[in-house]
Design a protein around this ligand. Structure first.
Ligand code: HEM
Length: 479
């Protein structure tokens, strides 16, 4: 054999020996024949993220779980590996196994158009591209006056809210949910709602419809599709909420068509003329539903962290008053003058993420931490494990917004809004809404908590996380 051929053969063998395969990735003990780790995952005590954290501690930064049908989920906690997954996700990223399928079935059965969140492949890309103008910064900034009104009503609601004997509001999350609903209704439907003062039956219907939709989505996405064959209470509930919201949407879209002057999401999509009225209504409903829980939970985490830390509130207050004085004249440019608010929001998202895990199916072979992962494998990136790792964040349990100005942080480390073409559509709305909230609240109030600064909020995790317990805060009016 020629020397060069022999050399190539030896190198090939060495290469084959050094590359580890999917099967070489460590896995937790107790995988059962046929079922794999399925029962361990289903019957785990506590949140899924805690289950993952425990296995990262025991097995290192990568492990795999086995599921029925010979499926594997590769779980990892490393930002470089996430970057590699991102490069291998393709132009039509795939997020979950079951979610889209359940909702696609539901909308087909109801004869409603499927919102883009639940579409896949080319269909998803086409539908999402019809909503691209609405997330441009200049477009999002035009809603700031509506966000200011909703926040001023929130501040009024705080001042009118009942407190315990020590002056604490028992559960700020319920007031935050009203604020989030009002702010989101403004940019999606063009609706100006004052929930606590309105006596309109429609306001009630709007709230009930969205609360039901939001509380059913998580369970429906992950449900086994037995509802296709047997009547299901969940499908009935979802169906009623969707019908109620559709009828409200129908009323709004007819109003918009008559007035032609509005600039809500519905108005804009109507004027662009690329979608049917039914598609626009379903889109507005689902974008609003996507906004409600995420923004309200994130904002409650924000107030929870701030209320424990007067020093950070003071820094926010100083930046806000130097940009705004005592006015409420917030604009896109003014937000640029308050970068510390962004650091506080990011640090909150690091400490208590809304989405602690990111899921992607890789569309081509990819090397993750020395293992060859074949195309079509489902991967799960735990940003929570990365957030708690000293290697990526110094003193990881400290709430330290300045780290985002000071330290060199891997850009794939926490990803609060996901990444790539399938990342969060509403990111800019969320960031602007939360900055308006933070600015006006800290300008008007000091917040106090009975929790120690090192206390960690407990969350309930389904598709996204939410506060598990009521959040008690005392608000003291600034002079
Ligand atoms: C603090 C608030 C929010 C957080 C933390 C958040 C987080 C996320 C995350 C992590 C994803 C998955 C991204 C991925 O897989 O790469 C996502 C998707 C999505 N979010 Fe958000 N979100 C927030 C607010 C909003 C708002 C306000 C809206 C709508 C106005 C929205 C609409 C969506 C939509 C439509 C998707 C699916 C995108 C697609 O599949 O094409 N989100 N969000």
């Amino acid at each position: 054999m020629a020397l060069s051929k022999m050399f190539a053969k030896c190198m090939g063998t060495a290469h084959a020996l050094s590359i580890k395969t999917l099967k070489d990735i460590p896995k937790p003990a107790g995988s059962l024949p046929l079922l794999g780790h399925y029962l361990q995952v289903r019957r785990r005590p506590g949140n899924l993220s805690d289950f993952y954290l425990k296995h990262f501690q025991d097995l290192g930064p990568i492990f795999r779980l086995e599921f029925p049908g010979g499926k594997n989920v590769v779980c990892f906690a490393d930002p470089d590996a996430m970057e590699a997954v991102y490069r291998a996700e393709g132009i039509n990223p795939i997020r979950t196994f079951a979610g889209p399928a359940n909702f696609q079935w539901f909308y087909k059965k109801k004869n409603f158009p499927t919102p883009f969140v639940f579409l896949t492949g080319e269909e998803w890309r086409n539908a999402r591209s019809k909503h691209k103008n609405q997330i441009l910064p200049q477009n999002v900034h035009q809603y700031i006056p509506g966000f200011i009104s909703a926040t001023e009503r929130f501040i009024r609601n705080i001042s009118e809210s009942s407190t315990d004997d020590d002056g604490y509001i028992e559960d700020i999350h319920s007031l935050i949910k009203i604020w989030s609903m009002e702010a989101s209704a403004y940019f999606t439907f063009g609706a100006d709602i004052d929930t606590t003062k309105s006596s309109l039956p429609e306001t009630q219907k709007f709230h009930e419809g969205f609360s039901t939709l939001v509380s059913t989505i998580d369970d429906f996405i992950t449900a086994l599709p037995l509802f296709k064959y047997f009547p299901s209470k969940m499908v009935k509930t979802l169906s009623k909420a969707t019908d109620d919201l559709y009828s409200i949407g129908r009323k709004y879209i007819d109003l918009h068509q008559e007035s032609e002057s509005g600039y809500s999401l519905m108005d804009q999509l109507l004027k662009e003329g690329r979608m049917s009225k039914e598609e626009i209504i379903m889109s507005a409903i689902f974008l609003m539903a996507s906004a409600l829980d995420t923004i309200s939970s994130n904002s409650s985490y924000l107030l929870y962290e701030l209320s424990k830390r007067p020093d950070i509130q003071e820094k926010v207050y100083k930046q806000v008053t130097s940009a705004l004085g005592s006015t409420n004249a917030i604009s896109g440019e003014v937000l640029q003058m308050m970068p510390y608010l962004g650091c506080v929001i990011k640090e909150t998202q690091r400490i208590t993420p809304i989405s602690p895990n990111h899921i992607r199916t890789v569309t081509k072979d990819v090397n993750l931490l020395g293992y060859n992962i074949p195309a079509q494998t489902l991967t799960m990136y735990s940003t929570l494990a990365v957030s708690r790792n000293e290697r990526f964040f110094k003193n990881p349990l400290d709430f330290d917004p300045d780290r985002w100005n000071r330290d060199k942080i891997h850009s794939f480390s926490i990803l609060p809004f996901g990444l790539g073409p399938k990342s969060c559509w509403g990111r800019r709305f969320a960031e602007v809404e939360m900055k308006v909230l933070l600015a006006l609240l800290c300008q008007n109030y000091k917040m106090e908590s009975i929790e120690a600064p090192s206390a960690q909020i407990k969350v309930k995790e389904k598709l996204f996380t939410r506060p598990l317990n009521p959040i008690r805060i005392r608000f003291i009016q600034r002079q």
